[in-house]
Design a protein around this ligand. Structure first.
Ligand code: PMP
Length: 403
C-alpha cells in the first residue's frame, strides 16, 4: 500500500503537514473526492430533490438517488432498503421510535455494556416506554462470547442490539453467529456499524442483518449524513419516525394520512443532499484497491504501537488482547485530558474522555481513557511520534519512578 499517495488525497495535510492524526474513530479526515463532489453540488446545483420538474432539480435527484444506489451496493442491499439520515445516532433514534409497535410489555432486549451511548440510550428509553426488560450480555475480558450471549438469549428476546466494531476496544464482535442465534428465537437484530463501515466489508444480505446504521464522517466522508438500513419487509412493516414534507402520500382532513413507499416514508423534509453525494465519493475511495489489505495495514500500525508501549512502566493498556486499529490506554494517575493536551503540543491528535461509553468505562473502573485510532493515512513515522510523545508525557508527569 502506497500510504504517501493516499495521504496526498487528503487536503488537510497540505495545510497541516505537521499533524499526526490518531482520532479517526471519532471522525476521520476527509477525502478530496468527497469534498469535491459535495462542494460541486453546492456550487453548481444546490436544488432540492424529488420536487422540482426542471432539469436542474432532476439532476439533483439523480445525484442523490445515485448516492443511495452506491450505498446499497456497498452493503449488498436493495436501494429501497437504504434510508438517509443525519448520522448513526439519528438512525438509531429513528429506528427505536419506528419499531415501538413490535415491542410489548415483558419482551426482552439483549444488549451489552460495550455500546456507545447512541446505541444504548434509545433502546433503554424504548424499553422503559414499552415496559420491556433489558438483558445485558455478561462480558468476558471486555468482549462478547457466544456462550455468554446464549445465557441471556431466550424465547422472550424480541431484539438484539450490538456493535459490529466496538469504539473503546475496537475488536470485531461475533455478529454472524449472534444473528443466527437471535433469529432462531425469533428476535430482530440491530448492528451498529459506525466503527466498522470504513474498515471491513459489510454484507447485510449474507449476514442476514435486520437493521444496521453508520455515519459518513467516520468513513473519510462528510458530517451530517448517516445511513439506516432495514430489510425491505421490515421497513414496510414499521411506522415512519418523522413526519413532514415528501414522506407522505395522501393527506386528509378527516382520516389518517398514507405514506410513501420505503425508503421515502422515512425521509421527511429536505434531506442532506450534498452530504449524501459526498458520502458516495467516500465509498468510492474506500472500495478502491484491496480493502482487506488496507484494514490489515491499520491493524499492523496499531500492533506496532502496542509492541512499543506494552511493557512500558506507568502506561496501562486496556485492549492489548484484541486485533484492532485502536489502542485504549492511560498514563497511570494522570487525567487523560492532561495527556491529550500534552500530546497536542507535540502535534499528536488523540481522543481523551469516556468516548460516549460510560458503561465500558465503569467496566474498566476508569473515568476516562486515551484512545489513539489509526486511519488509512497514518504512517509508521506517525506511530513513532505517538510512541515517543506518550513516553515523554509519562516521564513529564510521573517520571519520579525513574530515580
Ligand atoms: N456508535 C459507535 C460505535 C460510534 O463509535 C459512534 C460515534 N462515536 C456512534 C455510534 C455515533 O455516531 P454519530 O456521532 O455519527 O451519530
Amino acid at each position: 500500500m502506497n500510504v504517501d499517495r493516499i495521504k496526498k488525497q487528503f487536503p488537510i495535510f497540505k495545510k497541516h503537514p505537521e499533524i499526526h492524526f490518531f482520532d479517526s474513530a471519532a471522525s476521520s479526515l476527509k477525502h478530496k473526492d468527497a469534498i469535491k463532489s459535495l462542494s460541486d453540488y453546492l456550487a453548481y446545483n444546490g436544488t432540492n430533490v424529488h420536487r422540482g420538474v426542471y432539469k436542474l432539480a432532476a439532476e439533483a435527484t439523480d445525484l442523490y438517488e445515485g448516492a443511495r444506489a452506491k450505498v446499497a451496493d456497498f452493503i449488498h442491499a436493495d436501494v429501497s432498503e437504504i434510508v438517509f439520515t443525519k448520522s448513526t445516532t439519528h438512525a438509531i433514534n429513528m429506528l427505536a421510535y419506528a419499531i415501538q409497535d413490535l415491542i410489548n410489555e415483558g419482551d426482552e432486549i439483549v444488549i451489552s455494556e460495550l455500546e456507545h451511548h447512541s446505541n444504548l440510550l434509545p433502546w433503554l428509553n424504548l424499553a422503559e416506554k414499552k415496559k420491556a426488560v433489558v438483558k445485558f450480555i455478561p462480558l468476558e475480558k471486555g468482549s462478547i462470547t457466544i456462550s455468554n450471549f446464549k445465557k441471556v438469549l431466550s424465547k422472550k428476546t424480541k431484539l438484539v442490539v450490538t456493535h459490529h466494531i466496538s469504539n473503546v476496544f475496537g475488536y470485531v464482535a461475533p455478529i454472524k453467529k449472534m444473528i443466527e442465534l437471535a433469529h432462531k428465537v425469533g428476535a430482530y437484530v440491530f448492528v451498529d456499524c459506525a466503527q466498522s463501515a470504513s474498515q471491513v466489508e459489510i454484507d447485510a444480505k449474507k449476514l442476514d442483518i435486520d437493521f444496521l446504521a453508520f455515519s459518513g464522517h467516520k468513513m473519510y466522508g462528510p458530517n451530517g449524513i448517516g445511513v439506516l438500513y432495514g430489510k425491505k419487509n421490515l421497513l414496510e412493516m414499521i411506522n415512519p419516525a418523522e413526519f413532514g414534507g415528501e414522506m407522505v402520500d395522501k393527506v386528509h382532513l378527516d382520516k389518517e394520512s398514507t405514506y410513501k413507499a420505503v425508503p421515502y416514508k422515512f425521509e421527511s423534509g429536505t434531506p442532506p443532499i450534498a452530504e449524501a453525494i459526498g458520502l458516495a465519493s467516500a465509498i468510492d475511495f474506500i472500495k478502491k484497491g484491496n480493502r482487506k489489505a488496507k484494514y490489515q495495514y491499520t491493524l499492523n500500525l496499531r500492533n506496532y504501537i502496542l509492541e512499543n508501549l506494552k511493557d512500558e512502566k506507568g502506561i496501562t493498556i486496556y485492549n492489548k488482547d484484541f486485533d484492532t486499529n485502536l489502542i485504549t490506554l492511560n498514563i497511570d494517575g494522570v487525567h487523560p485530558h492532561d495527556v491529550a493536551s500534552f500530546l497536542d503540543s507535540m502535534e499528536v491528535c488523540v481522543r481523551a474522555g469516556h468516548h460516549c461509553n460510560q458503561l465500558t468505562m465503569r467496566y474498566l473502573e476508569q473515568n476516562a481513557t486515551i484512545r489513539a485510532s489509526v486511519g488509512i493515512y497514518n504512517t509508521i513515522e506517525d506511530c513513532d511520534v505517538l510512541i515517543k510523545a506518550l513516553k515523554e508525557t509519562r516521564d513529564f508527569f510521573i517520571g519520579f519512578w525513574k530515580e
